[in-house]
Design a binder for this molecule. Structure first.
Ligand SMILES: NC(=O)c1ccc[n+]([C@@H]2O[C@H](COP(=O)([O-])OP(=O)(O)OC[C@H]3O[C@@H](n4cnc5c(N)ncnc54)[C@H](O)[C@@H]3O)[C@@H](O)[C@H]2O)c1
Length: 255
């Protein structure tokens, strides 16, 4: 298969210190992008950076997706270092929490929406504005964005209604944003992973895991690299006719 060949494009990955984010950064670096590994946890971002080949070509930054000034700071850092703002974006920052619907508190709900939904919205808006402001390129291929929803955003699991609601929101947001941005040369798509072995799912209850794997035809969790492959494909020109697609990467669960 032909390489994605990002040819020195700048790629910003949120949650780049996490399981899926790290796998995406590794693949993007391998495919020739300058990677901005951003995370609210700077140490985790630095750890990802240290795993990339030629780390000096890339950047690890503290960035909180809920804070506009923090996201704008990352754009400034990109212009400073690479002379341009990012043209590739992966919204991988996210949080999860398990609780019955009736017990979820207002602060828990607000935090979930702030990070998973408003964070994805805000970062996409700031990155897109910066890219369009620079007036680089025209027509198709100006930029590409991939959001991370979840199969839970489609299937509606119990005991995490706030998480599920944000992930359903990410699907709807992806399609709406994709509709507007395609005309400006920026493709927006998203992935719906099933169960992926990452720090997010580390402490999962063994009974829940067993139940989930039982309904997963492949019968095993995904490796983060298997999700990253699809994300990087959606960022590349190899998916040039895909707009607003929400791809399930779930081993067949909840298809
Ligand atoms: N692991 C799974 O099974 C699974 C399944 C479906 C969807 N997802 C989604 O994939 C994405 C990545 O998940 P993961 O499994 O890699 O989780 P992870 O916990 O390994 O990584 C998430 C990263 O996001 C960062 N983060 C949290 N709040 C942030 C904020 N306010 N600003 C910036 N960064 C912040 C964390 O520090 C962490 O490094 C999430 O959106 C998650 O909901 C994961």
């Amino acid at each position: 298969m032909a390489p994605c060949d990002f040819n020195g494009q700048v790629a910003l990955v949120t949650g780049g210190g996490g399981g899926i984010g790290c796998a995406v950064c590794l693949l993007l670096a391998q495919e020739g992008a300058h990677v901005m590994v951003t995370d609210i946890n700077l140490e985790a971002a630095r750890q990802t950076l240290s795993k990339l080949s030629s780390p000096e070509k890339h950047l690890a930054l503290n960035m909180d997706v809920t804070q506009q000034s923090s996201v704008e700071g990352a754009i400034a850092a990109s212009r400073d270092r690479y002379g341009v703002s990012p043209s590739l974006l992966v919204n991988s920052a996210g949080i999860a929490h398990i609780s019955p619907f009736l017990d979820i508190t207002r602060p828990q709900l607000d935090k979930m929406i702030d990070v998973n939904l408003k964070g994805t919205f805000l970062v996409t808006q700031v990155v897109t504005r910066a890219l369009l402001e620079e007036g680089r390129g025209s027509g198709e291929g100006r930029g590409a964005i991939v959001n991370i929803s979840s199969i839970a955003g489609k299937a509606g699991f119990s005991d995490r209604s706030h998480y599920v609601a944000t992930k359903g929101g990410v699907i709807a947001f992806t399609k709406a944003c994709a509709t507007e941005m395609a005309k400006k040369g920026i493709r927006v798509n998203c992935v719906l992973p099933g169960y992926v072995a990452t720090p997010l799912t580390e402490g999962i209850d063994q009974n829940i895991l067993k139940w989930y794997l039982n309904k997963t035809p492949l019968g095993r969790p995904a490796n983060p690299a298997e999700v990253a492959e699809v994300i990087v494909f959606l960022l590349s020109r190899r998916s040039s006719y895909m707009v607003g697609s929400c791809l399930e990467v779930s081993g067949g669960a909840d298809m």
